[in-house]
Design a protein around this ligand. Structure first.
Ligand code: AKG
Ligand code: FE2
Length: 357
């Protein structure tokens, strides 16, 4: 990383070292995007790279037993890697409450928020951070996020979670769990897996993490990134977005075109992560996506990342390779994959090379 100018050093110190986050900088009244947040021209999302007439599938899942529903899910996972679901059964009040809880947390004064800054937090299951890995980035992302590890053991630390939002996170997680389980059942059936046994469950869904992503209003959203292009390392991610929009999905691998994911009230966005792409030996796709912050409003999103346990080993499934297909990936520990992912800035799908044969 090249040395930064003095002004950028000061901003970095305020936002990252002092734990103010980008929220703190916006609250301090900045009116233009500081250099530390300005992307080189080639990395910005240009309007002529947005395909206005394309969209990812929207699937009504009110009847999981309808073969058309399960076919649409598996087809969307293979073609788009992204889809929205409606009529999924998670009550609208639960979704609204968790978005409000995210705004409440980020609306706390600095001293209250900062109690949970990574390294200060009273529990390692909750951490407030900014950007992605600021120490490895030359341009920072216009985003703060609060993460909650939600595995069964993690919930023992619930009393140390922020009181302004903890009930809502648990309720959201509990209500979404049956939907996630259903989606994984359908997706695995599509790969000839008859049943998700205990070992598979560890590899698929035993370490969920909820994020509150917070993108404060950005004076020049065209110059900066809310989140840079990346794929999620999960098995699947389930994302609740608000009505501001700003999430874009890569249209094709071989050119730089992007499709907006329009907010639909009550819908959840589902995407396949790297782990499931690897398990499926590329039948399903973990697609790059990015976020552009909003020029006039603060945006929140609340993803649930379904991760394997750190000690789980994953690789192409035996059921997928039965037909004689050659494995494209080796078996890796999730903890190694995760550590590799966190050692560098967001760089599209580069993390997957770690497991590629
Ligand atoms: O905020 C969004 O819409 C997406 C965020 C995202 O991609 C992530 O947190 O991995
Ligand atoms: Fe993501």
């Amino acid at each position: 990383m090249p040395p930064r100018h003095l002004h950028s050093e000061k901003i970095f110190d305020f936002v990252v070292n002092k734990g103010n986050g980008i929220k703190g900088l916006v609250d301090a009244g900045i009116e233009t995007v500081p250099e530390l947040y300005i992307l080189p021209t080639g990395e910005r999302l240009e309007p002529n790279n947005i395909l206005p007439h394309e969209s990812i599938p929207v699937i009504d899942v009110s009847n999981w037993d309808d073969p058309k529903v399960t076919e649409s899910i598996c087809e969307a996972a293979g073609k788009w890697g992204f889809f929205q679901i409606t009529n999924h059964g998670v009550p609208l009040e639960v979704l609204d409450a968790v978005k409000e809880a995210a705004h409440r947390f980020f609306g706390l004064p600095y001293e209250e928020r900062n109690k949970y800054w990574a390294g200060n937090s009273p529990t390692d299951t909750v951490a407030l951070k900014t950007s992605f890995v600021p120490q490895a980035e030359d341009v920072l992302e216009w985003r703060d996020f609060l993460s909650f590890r939600c595995g069964p053991r993690d919930l023992e630390s619930f009393p140390s979670w922020p009181p302004v939002c903890r009930e809502e996170v648990i309720k959201y997680m509990q209500s979404a769990k049956p939907v996630i389980r259903k989606l994984l059942d359908v997706l695995l059936k599509g790969l000839n897996v008859k049943e998700i046994d205990k070992t598979r469950e560890h590899a698929l869904m035993s370490a969920p993490v909820v994020y509150f992503n917070y993108y404060p209003r950005c004076p020049n959203p065209d110059l900066s990134a809310g989140v840079l292009p990346h794929s999620d390392i999960t098995t699947i991610s389930l994302l609740l977005q608000d009505d501001n929009g700003g999430l874009y999905v890569r249209a094709t691998d071989d050119d730089d075109n992007w499709i907006h994911v329009p907010p639909i009230n009550g819908a959840l966005v589902i995407n396949i992560g790297d782990v499931l792409q690897i398990m499926s030996n590329d039948s399903y796709k973990s697609i790059e996506h990015r976020v552009v912050a909003n020029g006039s409003k603060d945006r929140v999103s609340v993803p649930i990342f379904m991760n394997p346990r750190p000690d789980a080993v994953f690789g192409p499934l035996s059921e997928v390779l039965e037909s004689g297909e050659q494995p494209l990936y080796k078996e890796v520990f999730f903890s190694d994959y995760f550590r590799h992912h966190l050692s560098k800035k967001h760089e599209g799908k580069k993390t997957m090379d770690f497991a590629r044969i």
